[in-house]
Design a protein around this ligand. Structure first.
Ligand code: ADP
Ligand code: MG
Length: 395
C-alpha cells in the first residue's frame, strides 16, 4: 500500500515553468503568473446559502494563471489539466455560450465586462495543484487566479474593494456561466486568506474576520483526506438541500434560517420531518462555528476536535450528505489518535479533515490507507493543510 501525499509544489518553480510554456505555445510572453489557492472549510457547512457563518482556510495547493492581452477579440484558454484548449470571441463568453471547464475561465471575463471592465481579447494558460472535484475548490482557485490576472491586464490594483468585486464576478461565472450554484465562501477565502489564519466569513453581509490559526505551533497538523470518490453537485443533492432550507425558512416566515432566534421553537413548528432535520443541522452548525472560534482563541484543540466530530455527525445524520468513504476517514482517524475529524465541503464524496497530533500523523495516514485498501476503494490522497496566503502574483 502506498500513501499518496499530494504536494502543493513550489510556487516559483510552477510559475517559471508555466511562463515558459505560455511563451512557447502562444508565441508571446505572458504578462505575469497569478496564483489563487484552493480551500478547506474548518467548520460551517452548507451555511453560506443560509446567510450563516463559515471558517475556511486557504490551502498551499493553488491554481496558477498566465495571461496576455491580444489585439483582437479572440479569447484562447489552455489548461495543463485538460487535453483540449478552448477559444471563442469576446462577445460570446456568457451564459449558454461556453460548455465545460472553459466556462469557469470565460465566465470571469464575461462577468467583469458586465461590471464595466474594459477587457481585450486574451491568451490564458492555467496549471493547478488543487485536486479537481475533491471538494477543495479547484473551481474557485481557477476563477480567482484568472480574475487576479485580469486586474493586471486592466491595470487595476487588486485592493480589498477590487477583490470584493472579483468575488462577485467569480460567483457569477460559476453560477451563471458554468451553471454550478455557489454560495461565495470559496471565492472569498481564495481572494482574502492570510497565512496562519482562518477566515471567519459572515455570509449574511459578506463581512470577514481573520482568526489566527496555526495548529503547527501546538504540534498539530490539519490533515486533509481526499477520498477520491466523486462529488457531483449537479446530481441534485446540493440543490435539494438548498430547497429544503428555503422551504424551512418559508414555513417560518423568515428570509433565511439565520434570522431565527429560538431554534427549538422553530424546529417544533416545522411539520415535515426531513425539513426539520435539515434545519436542525443549520442551527446546530451555526452554534458550532461560534464555539470553534472560541476554542481556537483559547487553544482548546481537544474541544475543537469534539466540535469537529459533532459537526460530522450532524452532516451524516441530519443533513445526510456524508458517504461511507467519508465516514470511514472520520472514524479511522479518531480511532488512531486524531483529536477530531469531519467531512468538509458540499458532501456526497470529496474530502474530510482531521486534527492530528504531529506524532500520530503517519499512523493515522497508514490506518486510513489500510482501511480503504481493505474495503476495495481507490487509495485516498493526503494533503497537509498549512494555512496559506490568498491570491497573489507569483511572477
Ligand atoms: P471542486 O471545486 O471541489 O474541485 P467543482 O466541481 O466545483 O469541484 O469544480 C471542478 C471543475 O472545475 C472541473 O470539472 C473543471 O471543469 C473545472 N476546473 C477546476 N480546475 C481546473 C483546471 N486546472 N483546469 C481546467 N478546469 C478546471
Ligand atoms: Mg467547486
Amino acid at each position: 500500500m502506498s500513501l499518496d501525499q499530494v504536494s502543493p509544489g513550489r510556487p516559483a518553480a510552477i510559475a517559471d515553468a508555466l511562463s515558459e510554456r505560455f511563451a512557447r505555445e502562444y508565441g508571446v510572453p505572458s504578462l505575469g503568473v497569478f496564483r489563487a489557492p484552493g480551500r478547506v472549510n474548518l467548520i460551517g457547512e452548507h451555511l453560506d446559502y443560509n446567510d450563516g457563518l463559515c471558517l475556511p482556510i486557504a490551502l498551499p495547493h493553488a491554481t496558477y494563471a498566465a495571461l496576455a492581452a491580444r489585439d483582437d477579440d479572440e479569447v484562447r484558454v489552455t489548461s495543463l489539466q485538460q487535453d483540449q484548449p478552448w477559444s471563442g470571441q469576446l462577445e460570446a463568453l456568457g451564459p449558454g455560450d461556453v460548455d465545460g471547464w472553459a466556462a469557469y475561465v470565460a465566465g470571469v471575463v464575461w462577468a467583469l465586462r458586465q461590471l464595466g471592465w474594459d477587457l481585450p481579447g486574451l491568451d490564458i494558460m492555467v496549471d493547478s495543484r488543487v485536486p479537481v472535484g475533491s471538494g477543495l475548490s479547484s473551481s474557485a482557485a481557477l476563477e480567482c487566479s484568472v480574475a487576479l490576472g485580469l486586474c493586471a491586464v486592466a491595470g487595476t490594483d487588486a485592493d480589498d474593494e477590487v477583490r470584493r468585486a472579483l468575488v462577485t464576478a467569480c460567483m457569477r461565472a460559476e453560477t451563471e456561466v458554468a451553471g454550478a450554484p455557489t454560495g461565495g465562501m470559496d471565492q472569498t477565502v481564495s481572494l482574502f486568506a492570510q497565512p496562519q489564519h482562518a477566515l471567519l466569513l459572515d455570509c449574511r453581509d459578506g463581512s470577514t474576520r481573520q482568526v489566527p490559526w496555526d495548529p503547527s505551533a501546538a504540534e498539530l497538523e490539519l490533515l486533509v483526506v481526499d477520498t477520491r470518490s466523486s462529488h457531483t453537485l449537479s446530481d441534485g443533492g446540493y440543490e435539494s438541500r438548498r430547497r429544503d432550507c428555503e422551504s424551512a425558512a418559508d414555513s417560518l416566515g423568515v428570509a433565511s434560517l439565520r434570522e431565527v432566534d429560538d431554534a427549538d421553537a422553530a424546529l417544533s413548528a416545522l411539520p415535515d420531518e426531513r425539513v426539520r432535520r435539515r434545519a436542525r443541522h443549520v442551527f446546530s452548525e451555526m452554534g458550532r462555528v461560534r464555539e470553534s472560534v472560541d476554542q481556537i482563541g483559547d487553544a482548546d484543540f481537544a474541544g475543537l476536535g469534539r466540535t469537529f466530530c459533532a459537526s460530522h455527525a450532524s452532516m451524516r445524520d441530519d443533513f445526510e450528505i456524508s458517504t461511507p468513504e467519508l465516514d470511514a476517514v472520520v472514524d479511522t482517524a479518531v480511532e488512531h489518535g486524531a483529536l477530531g475529524a469531519r467531512m468538509t465541503g458540499g458532501g456526497f464524496g470529496g474530502s474530510a479533515i482531521a486534527l492530528v497530533p504531529r506524532a500520530q500523523g503517519e499512523a493515522v495516514r497508514a490506518a486510513i490507507g489500510a482501511e480503504f485498501d481493505r474495503r476495495g476503494w481507490p487509495s485516498p490522497g493526503f494533503l497537509s493543510a498549512e494555512p496559506s496566503a490568498g491570491a497573489n502574483r507569483t511572477a
